[in-house]
Write a protein that binds this ligand. Structure first.
Ligand code: HH2
Length: 264
């Protein structure tokens, strides 16, 4: 899954693709590089990001979804917590709703997901984006994330979302201490995969990579660590990885897949 953030302030690529032509060029590039899904987002989830109105988010996301759909059959996901944005994106051709709040943000999120009939990504986050990194606490991060995700999957199914349309995501970096929570959560990824739903993993360019891997630079200096995270996810059995650097990740996953296939 290749990320296209149509935002001025995303942590890794904010402002680069806010212009519609730049966003479309970036989407084309990710498709050419081998993305199986595009994830289009119009609101940053980083701590302290400015909230975006529904109308503004729709104005950022929908023209890009429509433009990509007009020229490509690539599945398009919309990264939003707002039902109205998901609805508008699906009307423009998106087939997946990626919600970092796991359909908890609005009272009608669950019913809207069921009505739209799209795939849904239910992600774990402790708290709200604005405050999630203030002293997050877990007794057992893997078990607590697993329990939350099962609970949200059951809520989605009860609301009428079809079982085969549900994806889960452990939400690396969302209400998790950089080292004390993200690393054990990744180490326990097979437990999340064992819940029986396809798992999406987003590790790309996140700050724990800088903390663990060094390098000193900003988010775009974290390619090596991002690829390590993608390979770790593949080894644990995730169904998808959400990444900014599609060409490099596709190459790494192809090599990993070929080696793994030769072993069996
Ligand atoms: N991470 C980000 C945003 N959306 N969705 C899922 N399902 N999983 C993730 O790990 C995830 C996500 C954060 O990355 P990015 O989109 O680059 O930044 P921002 O939220 O600042 O736009």
């Amino acid at each position: 899954m290749g990320v296209v953030n149509v935002t001025p302030d995303s942590f890794s690529d904010g402002g680069r693709h806010l212009d519609p032509a730049a966003a479309l060029a970036h989407a084309r590039r990710l498709i050419a590089e081998g993305a199986d899904i595009l994830d289009v987002g119009g609101e940053s989830t980083r701590p302290g990001a400015a909230p975006v109105s529904e109308a503004e988010e729709i104005a950022r996301v929908v023209p890009l979804v429509a433009a990509v759909r007009a020229e490509s059959a690539v599945p398009i996901s919309v990264d939003t917590m707002k039902p109205a944005v998901a609805r508008a994106a699906v009307a423009a051709g998106a087939t997946m709703w990626n919600d970092v709040t796991a359909l908890r943000h609005a009272p009608d999120s669950l019913a809207t997901a069921a009505e739209l009939g799209c795939e849904v990504v239910l992600m774990h986050m402790l708290g709200e984006p604005a405050t999630m990194q203030a002293e997050p606490h877990y007794d057992d991060v893997v078990e607590e994330v697993a329990a939350f995700l099962m609970d949200r999957a059951e809520a989605a199914l009860s609301a009428g979302v079809a079982r085969e349309r549900v994806w889960l995501d452990p939400g690396v970096g969302f209400g998790k201490h950089m080292i004390a929570h993200n690393l054990p959560l990744l180490a326990g990824l097979e437990r999340i995969v064992g819940l029986g739903f396809p798992v999406l993993l987003g590790v790309s360019r996140k700050s724990f990579i800088g903390a663990v891997g060094g390098g000193g630079g900003g988010p775009d200096q974290r390619l090596g660590g991002s690829i390590a995270g993608a390979i770790w996810g593949a080894q644990a059995g995730v169904a998808g990885v959400r990444v900014h650097d599609v060409a490099e990740t596709v190459q790494a996953l192809r090599v990993w897949t070929a080696i793994a296939a030769a072993r069996r």
